[in-house]
Design a protein around this ligand. Structure first.
Ligand code: NAD
Length: 485
């Protein structure tokens, strides 16, 4: 059987890589080899940069109204192929079909938001700053931008960036996850059919070699990175040294707090979705549950009752609720955290190990819902990102103790509070050091017109993705002061 080695899409053409280095793309539901990602060479990265740079001026001088016509066409193509595209994400990532559909909805939302560029990219002006002198700001594109994307939302995450970059008049290189690149290849087939001018939007597969080349090139402007904090910090430093614009959205440990006055019945489904949605592989997933005071016991009981109802299976089957982990290494990492939790003395009250799928132990990378009680804030499972379906529960005395634990953690991506008290809610959003706050919302995911925030080790940079910050990232504010005699 020959396995397809995925191609790059550069300067409007599909190009085979000459590299000998590849990474296997595996269907996590059954261990099947789907394709191979070429880990492209420095020369191939330079070729992509050259193409994107060469197309910049013509694209930048194309009126925005014409640029966004391509995005409208792409949006229509995504809608027309919606079911097939969602299945492809499920195949390579393992998430349920409903989760893949949700990912595509958010992708389309970003394409649509970028079509508003004629108003989003507007500058401002003021007349008579001195007698007969006017001043204005124009927001101009800068050149070649690129993203380096993670495996967990293989199509949505690049769409946080590339539609805005090209709508504002820049050209772009997408470096997809080497673990889950197939859906992005399919997106580029659709982009190719739409007929974007050559070089405006390019696809380049690879690992550290191509990323270093993209950062080190004098012909690129900036990087949008989404992935682990460890890699993100390395690239942030490199971008600083090279004088590049950079936004790094890193890892997370999101604390979810439940006050004694929360409505238990309404809260539990939110907690289940927060911790177990996408099999826990979301940067906005719940990471630790903080129960305040006496609500601990009833929450624990209801949570276990709800978790055992979750149907685990292959994402492609419509009636399942939770798919496998996306890779064997991801599964092994989660298993090692479960071992660590036991070793540290937390009480394993629901064990998702050795889970059976369709009545048998599967070839796929499955772990069922797992819950630890009697966790303390100094334990590794309360500190580090597990990225799997595990709920560590810490019982705290009051809201102050909860906020102290949250703010002491190195990450600050998201945090949620469940309560019926407006006072507690205000206190929480005021004091908690996390970029995305949910009040009676388990997954605080900003829509495309708001920035995807993040603080501490979850974000490095000044301008976030999406929203007005996203537009500022891809443009320079140029000031013009004029006097006509
Ligand atoms: P990762 O850091 O392993 O990989 C991310 C990207 O970096 C990939 O494209 C990979 O090819 C590239 N890469 C890996 N090593 C590199 C190196 N040495 N030099 C240059 N590039 C390199 O992350 P992942 O496992 O794909 O994604 C999971 C992580 O992403 C989790 O930590 C999750 O929290 C985070 N994430 C964050 C957000 C957010 O918005 N904050 C969103 C989604 C995922």
């Amino acid at each position: 059987m020959t396995v397809e080695i995925l191609k790059n899409y550069i300067n409007g053409k599909w190009v085979e890589s000459e590299t000998e280095k590849t990474r296997d793309v595996i269907n996590p539901a059954n261990g099947e080899l789907l394709a191979q990602t070429p880990l492209c060479t420095k020369e191939e990265a330079l070729f992509a940069i050259k193409a994107a740079k060469a197309s910049f001026w013509r694209w930048r001088t194309t009126p925005a109204q014409s640029r966004i016509r391509y995005l409208y066409d792409f949006r229509d193509a995504l809608e027309e192929n919606f079911d097939e595209l969602a299945e492809m994400v499920t195949l390579e990532h393992g998430k349920t079909l409903d989760e893949s559909r949700g990912e595509y909805r958010r992708t389309i939302e970003n394409i649509e938001a970028a079509t508003h560029i004629p108003s989003l990219q507007m500058g401002y002006n003021f007349e008579d700053i001195a007698s007969g002198i006017d001043e204005m700001v124009i927001k101009q594109p800068l050149g070649v931008f690129f993203c380096v994307a993670p495996f967990n939302f293989p199509v949505m995450v690049p769409a946080w960036f590339w539609p805005y970059a090209i709508a504002t008049g820049n050209t772009y290189i997408v470096k997809p996850s080497d673990q889950c690149p197939i859906s992005m290849v399919r997106q580029f087939e659709l982009l190719d059919e739409i007929g974007f001018p050559d070089g405006v939007i390019n696809l380049l597969h690879g690992g550290s070699e191509v990323v270093s080349t993209l950062i080190e090139s004098p012909d690129t402007v900036g990087l949008s990175f989404v992935g682990s904090t460890r890699i993100g910090k390395l690239l942030y430093k490199k971008c600083g040294e090279m004088g590049k614009r950079v936004q790094v959205q890193g890892g997370a440990k999101n604390f979810i707090t439940i006050m004694p006055d929360a409505d238990i019945e309404r809260t539990i489904p939110n907690i289940i979705t927060s911790f177990y949605g996408n099999t826990g592989q979301r940067c906005l997933a719940g990471g630790v549950l903080l129960t305040v005071g006496d609500i601990h016991e009833p929450i624990k009981k209801s949570l276990v009752e709800a978790a055992v109802q979750i149907k685990i299976g292959k994402g492609i089957d419509e009636d399942i609720h939770m798919g496998p982990l996306a890779s064997k290494s991801g599964m092994d990492k989660v298993l090692s955290y479960i071992e660590k939790g036991i070793e540290e003395g937390a009480e394993l009250i629901l064990d998702g190990r050795n889970i059976k799928v369709d009545g048998t132990l599967s070839e796929g990378f499955f772990i069922g819902p797992t819950i630890f009680d009697k966790v303390t804030s100094d334990m590794v499972i309360a500190q580090e990102e597990i990225f799997g379906p595990v709920i560590p529960i810490i019982n705290v005395k009051n809201l102050d103790e909860a906020i102290d634990i949250i703010n002491a953690n190195r990450y600050g991506n998201a945090s949620s509070l469940f309560t019926s008290s407006g006072k507690a809610a205000r206190e929480y959003q005021y004091r908690v050091l996390a970029g995305n706050i949910g009040i009676n919302i388990g997954v605080a995911a900003p829509i495309a017109t708001f920035p995807f925030s993040g603080m501490k080790d979850s974000f490095k940079g000044d301008l976030h993705g999406q929203g007005r910050s996203g537009i500022d990232f891809f443009t320079e504010d140029k000031v013009v002061i004029s006097r006509w005699l």
